[in-house]
Write a protein that binds this ligand. Sequence first.
Ligand code: AMP
Length: 192
Amino acid sequence: MRMLIMGPPGAGKGTQGVEIARHYGVPAISTGAIFRSNVERGTELGLVVGQLMAKGEYVPDEVTIKIVAQRLAEPDAAAGFLLDGFPRTVPQAEALDLLLAEAGGPLQAVLSLLVETETLVARMLKRAEIEHRADDNEDAIRRRFEVYQAETAPLLDRYSGQGLLVEVDGVGAVDQVTARCAAALDAKVQGR
Ligand code: AMP
């Protein structure tokens, strides 16, 4: 199973990504989580990306693409993967198509989590209290929505045009949403 999970900031990509990946027995690969781990460990990459993330800006495509290419080349990704938070720009989507043409095979589904903006903002402010993520402050949250609309939302049309998009209501208890996602993805993949 080769798939993506997409959605605006706060839609629950990380939480659902882990659950859905477990359901299909594939690794969940989150660029945001890889970047945060590098920031925490104070690596060279962490120093480059930390400030951008804290402002709600995207990490440059060339940096992000390199990280994903390396991660997809690891043995556990050979039988499939769920990418969370990548691609986020058109150049990243094009790079992913090339990577998959060279190895693995094309994407089979792109899951899009649908959540209204008001709910998203409320969720992110709550997460800010609990997790203390550096990019969960008001200015960074606003900026992340702007960047998402400008750079990432257009990818939904791209994947819809390729017949890959699976839209799921992302509001509800975590396990309910997971069950909805799994049912929709199963139907999609079996229908091909
Ligand atoms: P996330 O955990 O997916 O919300 O990502 C947190 C932050 O990491 C984003 O706001 C970006 O600053 C950075 N990031 C994660 N994935 C990407 C990507 N594919 N392209 C650029 N920046 C990214």
